[in-house]
Design a protein around this ligand. Structure first.
Ligand code: GLN
Length: 214
């Protein structure tokens, strides 16, 4: 971790209730907002660069990654967000948020932008029509007491990870067995699935702990 990132984590840890932004351009913003509140942190909707400046960390929700990409440009958030990620701001992306955090995206629109938050290649809508939405139980590294119920909705898959990226979960069985669906690089987490819709807050708790520097 560089010194800027370390200082941010220390600041958040000191206050005890970090301000966690939820990128509120499109998608399931409310579910993440509620999850963060339940975890004892302060959720903040982020639509403007000034709002981004004022948060300790950011959640990028599920939705439609190409629409969010377009809105990031319209709201002049794309470069400020890339800069905060470069400076080590903790972030968590679910589904479309995972796509946005990638360094390379397959099967997207040629004009779609992404954020280079995690050194990974992500394929959009990777499960195909037959199973484009499904649920399964996953083993998730660090959440060892019980499997995580994972809800996939036209979800992406991680096709490649760089050397600094830790794989947190893979698909346990079936045609996609072994494929990567949760990753972490430093302070940045991403899941192909939607922990915000199941009522199991452990992935959000993990993220809030990471923001608090625990
Ligand atoms: N298929 C969507 C996309 O490409 C992601 C779906 C989701 O976030 N549930 O952006």
């Amino acid at each position: 971790m560089d010194s800027v990132a370390a200082a941010q984590v220390r600041d958040a840890a000191r206050t005890g209730t970090p301000r966690i932004g939820v990128l509120a351009l499109q998608g399931d913003v409310r579910e993440h907002f509620a999850a963060i509140e339940h975890c004892g942190a302060t959720p903040v909707n982020v639509r403007r660069a000034a709002e981004l400046d004022a948060v300790d960390a950011l959640i990028l929700p599920g939705g439609e990654s190409t629409a969010i990409s377009k809105l990031l440009e319209v709201f002049e958030l794309l470069e400020p967000l890339r800069a905060r990620l470069r400076d080590g701001m903790p972030a968590f992306g679910s589904c479309a948020g995972m796509i946005l955090l990638a360094s390379e995206v397959l099967d997207t629109r040629p004009d779609a932008k992404h954020l280079y938050g995690i050194d990974m290649t992500v394929r959009r809508n990777a499960f195909g029509r037959q199973v484009d939405s499904f649920e399964t139980d996953l083993d998730f590294a660090g959440l060892d007491d019980a499997p995580v119920r994972a809800v996939f909705i036209r979800a992406p898959l991680v096709e490649r990870v760089g050397p600094g990226v830790e794989v947190l979960a893979t698909i346990p069985s079936g045609p996609f067995a072994g494929r990567i669906v949760a990753v972490r690089q430093g302070n940045v987490l991403a899941t192909s699935f939607h922990p915000e819709v199941t009522g199991d807050l452990r992935v959000h708790e993990l993220f809030v702990d990471l923001v608090r520097g625990r």
